[in-house]
Each structure stands twice: as C-alpha cells, then as structure tokens.
Design a protein around this ligand. Structure first.
Ligand SMILES: NC(=O)c1ccc[n+]([C@@H]2O[C@H](COP(=O)([O-])OP(=O)(O)OC[C@H]3O[C@@H](n4cnc5c(N)ncnc54)[C@H](O)[C@@H]3O)[C@@H](O)[C@H]2O)c1
Length: 305
C-alpha cells in the first residue's frame, strides 16, 4: 500500500483530500497543527508545527512516505501581517519539500493559488488574455500571492537540482476557490458567505474572478496526478478549477460591468466558460471535474425538499 503524507489535512481542502486518498487505498498520514474535526477511519493524524524544520525532517524520515501532498499554509490573503504570511508559507513549503526528498519520497506536490496571477491589484490588472492559463507569468501583488509563487519556485528549484530525469517528481497546483462538501448545503465558504450568496451577488465572487472548485474534484485531480506523474514535466504547474464559472450569467456579460477595463478580454467567456483554463490538466492527465454549482445545488435542494 503506497504511503502518502498530506500536510494541512485538517483544513477546508485537506479534509476531502485525506478522505479521497484513504478511499483510494493509500496509507495516509495527515500532518497538521490542528486536530481534525471529523477524523477519517484508518488515517494516522499527527500534530506538528511544520515551521519547525528539524521536527519536520525527523518525522518524514520516520514515516518514509512514497508521496507528499502539501496543503498546510496560512490560506487567506491579509489574514496575518504581510511579513508573517510570506515567511510562514515559504518556510512551510521549503521545510516540507526538503524533508520529503530527504525522507525518500518520489512524488511531491505543493498547493499554490490562482491569486498569484495578480487580479484585484489596487494598482490595476490587465492580463495578456482570458481565460488565464499556466503559460502566463504570475504577477502577485500581496504577500500571500508571493508566498505561493515562492512555493511553486521551491518545487521547480528541487526539480532543477536533480535534473529533468531525476528520481523525484515535483508539481504545484493552483486550486480555485475551494468549496467543501458541506458548503453546498449552506455552510459558510472561506470568505464567510454561502455559495448561494456568492451566486446571487456577483460582487462577492468577482474578487476571485468567479473561480471555484469542489474539494472532492481537487482530491481526484491529485490522485490522478500521482498516478500519471511520469507524463508530467518535472516542476509543472496546473490550474485546478470547475469547468464553469461561479456566476449565473456568462462572464462576457458580468465582467464588463464590474471590471470595464477587462471587457474586450472577457468577450470570449460566453456561456458558462470560466476565467481560468483547466485545459492543461485535461490534456496532460485526462482530469475532468465532476461537480459544478449547477449539479450540487440542485442535489442539495432535492435532499432538503
Ligand atoms: N481554500 C481555497 O479556496 C484555496 C484557494 C487557493 C489555494 N488554496 C491553498 O490550498 C491549501 C489549503 O487551503 P485550505 O482552504 O484548506 O486552508 P485551511 O486554512 O483550511 O487549512 C490549512 C491547514 O494548514 C494547517 N497549518 C497551517 N500552518 C501550519 C503549520 N505551521 N504546521 C502545521 N499545520 C499548519 C492549518 O492548521 C490548517 O488545518 C493552502 O495552501 C491554500 O493556500 C486554498
């Protein structure tokens, strides 16, 4: 049975990832400062502060994982002082990656964020094109975004250090605004509003450019990535989002009202097309998200009728 360490396994995204890997037959160890609210049977939960490089490295050496998926971070921009956000997230990414390699892991995946692209900057933001894809150069404007860009570069650095055909495979992924399973039923999402509120008021979803993804779809993406790592260029980055936008109108209509400067670029975002392309994950891995607000909210309404 393959051994995987998942960091941040008690968090909004981590809970679904831990569950997905356990269900898929992995031997899962979750490393987090916090205990999980609803532990998954058979999962080994350990409390550790991943800012402690020595403790982290000792634990990884003891556990001897085959693969590591690192989600632990301060996950919300401006939720801590800027210098704390930058140094915390960068240190966790480095400590975990170094410990994973030294502990013998052959597959290492780090969580980044779409926000590294720079949308929402008070200084203005006009990308080269929409939808955004992995070829575009990130332009983070806050410490959270920068810390996630650093995490991607840490994965790339370790990949570069061993060369393209080295034994350890690295990747980063940029999950869109994560919706955990209970949030379809009305639990608060990361920014405090419900999914229905985000859909009803475009101003709530606009700061994330109407992106989102079901946490279980992220777990499926990560399982596929680990399975197919051999076909992925070492140090690659992937956007991981839903196939549609978190908006009840086409983005070609809603974006120009909120961001007039993006009107021309958004003209192609007709129908339910999102502002973030997931074509790379589709093309390279054959991944396809299975959940959408269109299906999940309907199911919830049926359950509560
Ligand atoms: N939620 C989103 O919408 C979203 C979007 C883009 C990227 N991400 C990224 O995905 C990852 C997971 O996000 P989330 O929403 O589940 O966050 P979360 O805050 O719910 O979970 C993060 C977990 O990391 C743990 N953690 C933080 N610092 C730690 C430390 N020093 N040692 C050990 N554990 C520590 C926390 O206890 C928490 O359980 C993060 O890296 C985040 O930046 C999330």
């Amino acid at each position: 049975m393959a051994k995987v360490i998942i960091t941040g396994g008690s968090g909004r995204l981590g809970r679904s990832v831990v569950q997905g890997f356990a269900q898929a037959g992995y031997q899962v160890t979750s490393l987090d400062r916090q205990r999980p609210q609803h532990p998954v049977d058979g999962v080994d939960y350990r409390s550790v502060d991943l800012l402690d490089a020595a403790a982290t490295s000792e634990l990884f050496a003891d556990l001897g994982p085959d693969a590591v998926v690192s989600l632990a971070a301060i996950a919300v921009p401006f939720s801590a002082p800027e210098e704390v956000l930058l140094t915390t997230n960068a240190a966790i990414a480095h400590n975990v990656t170094a410990a994973a390699v030294a502990g013998g892991a052959r597959k290492v995946v780090l969580a980044s964020s779409p926000s590294i692209m720079g949308y929402g900057s008070p200084g203005g933001w006009i990308p080269e094109r929409l939808p955004l894809d992995e070829e575009l150069v990130p332009r983070p404007w806050h410490a959270y975004g920068l810390s996630k860009y650093v995490a991607e570069q840490i994965a790339a650095m370790f990949a570069a250090a061993q060369g393209p055909d080295g034994p350890v495979r690295f990747a980063s992924f940029r999950p869109c605004y994560v919706i955990a399973e209970e949030e379809w039923a009305g639990a608060a999402t990361q920014q405090g509003h419900t999914v229905r509120q985000r859909l009803a008021d475009p101003a709530l979803s606009a700061p994330a450019l109407f992106n989102y993804v079901d946490a279980r779809d992220v777990a499926d993406f990560l399982l596929l990535l680990l399975e197919k790592f051999d076909v992925v260029d070492n140090g690659s980055v992937f956007f991981v989002g839903a196939a549609d936008a978190m908006a009840s109108e086409p983005l070609s209509e809603v974006i120009p009202r909120i961001y007039p400067e993006l009107a021309d670029l958004a003209a192609g975002l007709t129908g339910s097309t999102p502002a973030f392309s997931i074509d790379k994950a589709r093309r390279v891995l054959g991944w396809e998200p299975k959940r959408s607000w269109r299906t999940e909210l309907k199911q919830e309404a049926a359950v509560h009728r």
